[in-house]
Design a protein around this ligand. Structure first.
Ligand code: C2G
Length: 129
């Protein structure tokens, strides 16, 4: 069956992440989610609140997610696509165009983001409590 992959930090897991997984799953039969490690997030210049192990465990518990792997570098996508025989790579539109070089290996699809929710917003609302 068709294999789909998506990448992300998934910090403070929220409905936008879930909706992305559910829409990505519609493109195939098996959904692989590559969760950014804490080390890779510092490479991305992204602060995370929840450590990798917990973020990966939460993602693994999502019904439509079949496989969880660590995302440790920008460059691993090509090997992931080949190793896991990925048919479609899916990302939210904030990444539009960024992974088009992978079109040589698989379909690349950018989906609309879910409105009015983001980890950044959640963090700022928590600060106001
Ligand atoms: N997302 C979404 N709707 C939101 C928030 C996020 O659809 N309201 C999507 C993003 O577009 C992304 C995914 O959820 O595809 C994960 O978002 P992040 O955890 O912020 O991922 P990011 O830090 O952008 O890491 O190599 C790719 C990077 O690892 C992506």
């Amino acid at each position: 069956g068709k294999i789909v992959i998506t990448y992300g930090t998934f910090d403070l897991f929220h409905i936008g992440h879930l909706r992305l997984f559910e829409r990505a799953k519609e493109y195939g039969d098996k959904l692989i989610v590559a969760v950014s490690t804490d080390e890779f997030n510092s490479v991305k210049g992204k602060k995370v609140l929840i450590p990798y192990e917990q973020r990966a465990e939460i993602v693994k518990s999502i019904r439509c997610v079949d496989i969880v792997i660590p995302e440790m570098s920008w460059e691993q996508k090509v090997e992931d696509v080949n190793k896991h025989h990925v048919d479609t790579l899916i990302m939210g539109k904030d990444w539009e165009g960024q992974f088009d070089e992978l079109k040589r290996f698989c379909e690349v699809v950018y989906l609309d983001r879910t409105q009015d929710i983001s980890t950044t917003r959640l963090k700022s609302s928590l600060k106001k409590l």
